[in-house]
Design a binder for this molecule. Structure first.
Ligand SMILES: *Cc1c(COP(=O)(O)O)cnc(C)c1O
Length: 423
């Protein structure tokens, strides 16, 4: 079977797994084992030579199993399947999205280096950038989606640290406003900066991936995921992933070996199960989100809606979206008429849609970014990025769309609008 010519969704049930190695079981067992028995001392020696980079792989040679911190069948099969979606050479899975992100930042930055990052970014990432990296002498420079190519280049050059630029962390679309960063534009700018070393660009693709955006095709070197979200997709596990070319991934996997923050075999197995339905889940969520956004757009109690499917024709965001994404996704946020009390009244009245943070699961979730996921962001930054008292974020799930719209509609009906709204 020529696997390479098939679409990822066709391969999620079988790719990389050999039933004959597991008593013919159609499904990959959970390999709950810490260590693996070598056939001979010579074999053990040769595996370690590869693991420690003491020799090159022979033609067709596969890395043997040694110890579950280094490699484990559930994780290897999962990594091979995840690679197919982003067409990446290699993948490493982690025990959380944050461990994937922090491991990459630690591997590609050293004291004195400059990190360029897009803002807003996920709260945990933001915390690591602002509270941990300075402790190891890493300098940071943030930029926003409003900056164009010239603004960004100017900001880097005038920072006085352009030469030390070593790594870029992007998150697009940004949580919770769906603001877009043009990955190819950042690549062009970074390539023009006279730096001491080659600059690596990592993109947190949690919101869109792995279905609707492939950052490697737009000039990124690494793709990051919270696999807790769409990849896991059932709100029942925490995991992360990094993908990229073999050279960079060897560095990521080596640091993972020594930090010991790989996913467990059980989590790996859960994710293998999730991947089988990834495409149909994400497509069903997106189809629902399009209908939900259409409903909210025309509702009198909704002041403004942020959804990639509703970007204005001819706008810069629309142009980036059409070039960079293949679908508008299933994350919607909107400003309710009024402020916190109206937003809370709405959230407290939802019946089917659950009031919780996180996203990308089969069930629809709603939350209030300003007081929940983005509570740690400084007030002036919240305002600047459009995280207001009136903003509500929705992660749309796989329920029936009429039931979702009914629930949103009845919850909006309970909201009493004060006459002081800003029009
Ligand atoms: C949830 C999330 C993370 C962190 O992932 P965990 O699995 O919770 O550690 C990182 N980035 C984005 C965009 C997220 O939504």
């Amino acid at each position: 079977m020529k696997d390479r010519s098939m679409k990822p969704e066709s391969l999620m049930m079988s790719y990389g797994y050999k039933p004959e190695l597991s008593e013919g079981a159609i499904k990959c067992p959970i390999f709950l084992t810490s260590t693996f028995v070598f056939k001979s001392a010579e074999e053990g020696k040769s595996y370690f030579e590869l693991a420690y980079g003491k020799r090159e792989k022979l033609p067709g040679e596969e890395m043997g199993l040694i110890y579950s911190r280094i490699n484990n069948p559930d994780l290897e099969i999962l990594e091979n399947r995840l690679r197919l979606w982003d067409r990446a050479e290699d993948c490493a899975v982690f025990e959380s999205g944050m461990s994937a992100i922090s491991t990459v930042l630690l591997e590609f930055l050293k004291p004195g280096d400059l990190l360029l990052y897009s803002s807003p970014t996920y709260g945990g990432t933001d915390h690591f950038i602002h509270h941990f990296l300075p402790k190891i002498g890493v300098q940071t420079l943030g930029f926003t989606s409003e900056m164009d190519e010239a603004d960004l280049e100017q900001a880097i050059l005038s920072s006085g640290k352009a030469q030390q630029l070593a790594h870029v962390h992007l998150e697009t679309p940004a949580n919770p406003t769906n603001a877009l960063i043009d990955i190819a534009m950042v690549r062009r700018v970074v390539d023009r900066i006279p730096t001491e070393e080659k600059v690596s660009i990592a993109v947190d693709n949690t919101y869109m991936g792995p279905l609707w955006q492939h950052p490697l095709d737009h000039g990124a070197d690494l793709v990051l995921y919270s696999a807790t979200k769409y990849i896991g997709g059932h709100s029942d596990l925490i995991a992360g992933a990094v993908l990229g070319n073999a050279e960079l991934m060897l560095r990521v996997k080596t640091l993972r070996t020594f930090l010991g923050n790989m996913a467990s075999p059980h989590t790996g197995w859960m994710l293998l199960r999730s991947l089988e339905t990834l495409k149909i889940r994400m497509e069903a969520m997106q189809a629902n989100a399009v209908l939900v956004a259409d409903f909210l757009k025309q509702h009198p109690k909704v002041e403004k809606i942020n959804y990639l499917g509703l970007l204005e024709q001819g706008s810069r965001d629309r142009e980036i979206f059409e070039r960079q994404c293949s679908g508008p996704g299933a994350m919607v946020s909107f400003h309710i008429r009024g402020g916190e009390s109206e937003a809370f009244q709405f959230l407290n009245s939802l019946q089917l849609i659950k009031l919780a943070v996180s996203l990308g699961g089969t069930e629809s979730l709603a939350e209030h970014p300003k007081s929940m996921t983005h509570a740690g962001v400084a007030e002036e930054h919240q305002e600047q990025m459009g995280v207001t008292d009136a903003l509500v974020r929705l992660s749309i799930g796989v329920e029936n769309h009429e039931d979702l719209i009914y629930d949103l509609s009845q919850a909006l009906d309970t909201v009493k609008i004060r006459e002081v709204t800003h029009q």
